[in-house]
Design a protein around this ligand. Structure first.
Ligand SMILES: NC(=O)c1ccc[n+]([C@@H]2O[C@H](COP(=O)([O-])OP(=O)(O)OC[C@H]3O[C@@H](n4cnc5c(N)ncnc54)[C@H](OP(=O)(O)O)[C@@H]3O)[C@@H](O)[C@H]2O)c1
Length: 335
């Protein structure tokens, strides 16, 4: 087997420490060299937590380490593109958190930077590697539930901490950036096409100024649509329904599938209103962050072409841009 790919972690972020690095450490094709932080003490503590010998007192120092082949970037949203560009320029591959940018034009800079660097840059949408979503896409494409016309997604949680990155409007906070991006992504994933226009009703927190409740529709044409609601200030809930002319698929835990545990995909081909006809498919235990890491390594090594290159991230941002525009204009916006 080829030597393990050497990762560096840019920022001692919660998501890195709680989910992504534990997932990475389980990937047989990866090794994690250390954390970088703006604060050397914090970097050392994060590395020590995982038994890693190396840490870096700045993001620049991480990029200067010739041992590092790839960086994982879990910074706040406004820093995704600037640090991805620096990492590519330093000759590193990049796996960067979602949403890849604040808008599509910013994201598009990564296409040119990837070409120039000869390195890969990927958006870390772990749901695309989770077998539950691969199975949903397979069922939808098989025709088993008939013509698929409607996706409905609700993604909410309650967080009013003004110090949380999600609640800072000037650095890319808000529900649509934070979790609405998944609703957009998964509809494009399941429909296998691009939305044409968008409309959104955006309610902003009067103090934080972030969108705390966004309800939206994406029109995919041919009578197909995504309708979704996403909130930072409602009870925690995640669910997706996909309705076809003959049946329905439900994804009970759409995003935060527990690491290392089974999940369920619910299929109803009977339409019995009392739910008596549902079939529950158990999806084998997995860790979507380990799968995400392994997929990135195969792409970085050139063993696989990305199904979702960074151009896909630009398209996802185009839909998000249109939704924010619609929130301001009050009308349909072309994507
Ligand atoms: N894929 C997923 O499942 C998932 C889940 C949650 C979040 N995310 C994404 O991951 C990213 C980080 O989210 P998080 O919840 O982990 O955030 P977080 O805990 O606040 O971490 C962000 C890190 O960025 C660094 N940073 C640099 N400049 C900063 C600034 N101006 N303000 C705050 N932090 C700054 C800090 O690291 P240092 O102090 O160490 O430099 C901080 O620890 C976001 O883009 C989010 O959308 C993804």
């Amino acid at each position: 087997m080829a030597e393990k790919l050497v990762w560096g972690i840019m920022g001692a972020a919660n998501i890195a420490i709680q989910k992504v690095v534990p997932g990475m450490l389980k990937d047989a094709s990866s090794t994690v060299r250390g954390f970088a932080s703006r604060d050397a003490t914090k970097a050392a503590a994060a590395s020590e937590h995982f038994g890693l010998a190396t840490s870096y007192g700045s993001y620049e120092a991480l990029l200067e380490d010739p041992e590092i082949e790839a960086v994982y970037i879990p910074l706040p949203n406004h820093l995704h593109v600037p640090w991805s560009l620096k990492a590519l320029a330093a000759g590193k591959h990049v796996l960067c958190e979602k949403p890849i940018a604040l808008d599509a034009d910013e994201a598009a800079q990564l296409v040119a930077a990837r070409e120039k660097s000869g390195r890969q840059v990927l958006e870390a949408f772990m749901v695309r590697q989770h077998p539950q979503w691969l199975r949903v896409r397979e069922i939808a494409a098989s025709g088993e539930i008939g013509d698929v016309a409607l996706m409905q997604t609700t993604l909410s949680y309650y967080n009013v901490d003004p110090n949380n990155v999600r609640n800072k409007a000037d650095i890319g906070g808000g529900a649509l950036y934070d979790v609405g991006c998944y609703a957009v992504l998964l509809s494009r994933f399941v429909f296998g096409s691009e939305p044409l226009r968008a409309v959104a009703l955006v309610d902003r927190d009067p103090v934080l100024e972030t969108d705390r409740l966004t309800g939206a529709i994406l029109d995919f044409g041919d009578g197909r649509q995504l309708s979704f609601a996403t909130s930072t200030q409602l009870v925690p809930f995640q669910r997706t329904q996909i309705l076809g002319s003959r049946g329905r698929i439900e994804v009970p835990v759409s995003l935060n599938a527990p690491q290392g545990e089974t999940t369920a995909v619910v299929v109803d081909l009977t339409g019995a209103i009392d739910g008596s006809g549902i079939r529950t498919e158990t999806i084998a235990a997995c860790d979507q962050y380990t799968l995400q890491t392994a997929a990135a390594v195969r792409i970085f090594r050139g063993e696989e072409q990305p199904e979702f290159p960074i151009e896909d991230a630009v398209l996802n941002m185009r839909a998000i841009d249109a939704l924010y525009r619609s929130g301001r204009s009050g009308g349909w916006e072309t994507i």
